[in-house]
Design a protein around this ligand. Structure first.
Ligand SMILES: C[S@@+](CC[C@H](N)C(=O)[O-])C[C@H]1O[C@@H](n2cnc3c(N)ncnc32)[C@H](O)[C@@H]1O
Length: 239
């Protein structure tokens, strides 16, 4: 897989990703909701509803500002832990959790998905929203997720993907590659972050290729569910 990084400098992808999300943390939620036309929380809700094993503990990988964790708190009775490498994103997330009085349900902690600070088999379910694409080493991250998931535990992963057919394919390309980076730059003031977004989506092994990555990491019953005409992919798998 070609390595796509935000700033293309000598720092590791992980350092660049951490810096980028710290830079855009304050504008992330606004841009996320507006650039997805408010659909992002619907996609998270659909994903949570697929976790049908009644988890007591959920780990939200690359939780960012905590939206997946917050939706998980709404639609399950689980205790939720969210981890992320960006302190800036977690700070915004902690404010939201405090304002929504969810501190007894959700705990956020700074950690790297590729070296999770949890014992084997610790969580019955796991979510990862728009995060795994940013891993420096995708297999390492997926194997770590598999390790801390309990046997028969379920994982739900969301990632943007590119629609395949005319005319949506062409319209989406126009929006995602030309319009979105300009709006993203104007609001976040980070020139690279919203250029990195479409570039990293293009480079990501989506669909069947990602199913193969999941299987290689040890997951079984891996399913790909395209959402909203294929602009987002939901992957469900079991340990
Ligand atoms: C696009 S945001 C998604 C945030 C959130 N999951 C959501 O649904 O909005 C991607 C997040 O992945 C985090 N991330 C990237 N690589 C990571 C890693 N190796 N370990 C933990 N978090 C990581 C980033 O810091 C960022 O907050």
């Amino acid at each position: 897989m070609t390595e796509v990084t935000p700033y293309n400098n000598t720092e590791s992808k992980k350092e660049q990703i951490t810096k980028m999300f710290n830079n855009i943390a304050e504008s992330y939620d606004f841009l996320n909701h507006s650039l997805s036309f408010g659909l992002d929380n619907l996609w998270r809700k659909i994903a949570i509803k697929k976790l049908i094993n009644k988890p007591a503990k959920i780990l939200d990988i690359a939780t960012g500002t905590g939206d997946f964790a917050i939706i998980a708190a709404k639609y399950t009775t689980a205790q939720i832990t969210g981890i992320d490498i960006s302190k800036g994103m977690l700070d915004v997330g902690n404010k939201k959790i405090y304002n929504k009085k969810l501190e007894d349900r959700i705990t956020l902690q700074q950690a790297d998905s590729e070296n999770l600070p949890f014992k084997d088999n610790s969580f019955e379910a796991m979510t990862a929203g728009f995060g795994v694409r940013n891993f420096e080493n995708l297999q390492k991250g997926l194997k770590e997720m598999h390790r801390v998931l309990s046997n028969n535990g379920m994982v739900a992963i969301l990632e943007p993907s590119t629609p395949k057919y005319f005319p949506l394919k062409q319209l989406y390309k126009l929006y995602f590659h030309y319009l979105l980076p300009k709006i993203g730059y104007f609001i976040s003031k980070d020139k690279n972050a919203y250029k990195y977004l479409p570039d990293s989506v293009d480079a990501f092994p989506s669909g069947d290729k990602f199913i193969t990555e999941l299987k290689n990491a040890g997951f079984k019953k891996c399913k790909h569910i395209p959402l909203t005409l294929g602009i987002v992919s939901l992957y469900i798998a079991i340990k």
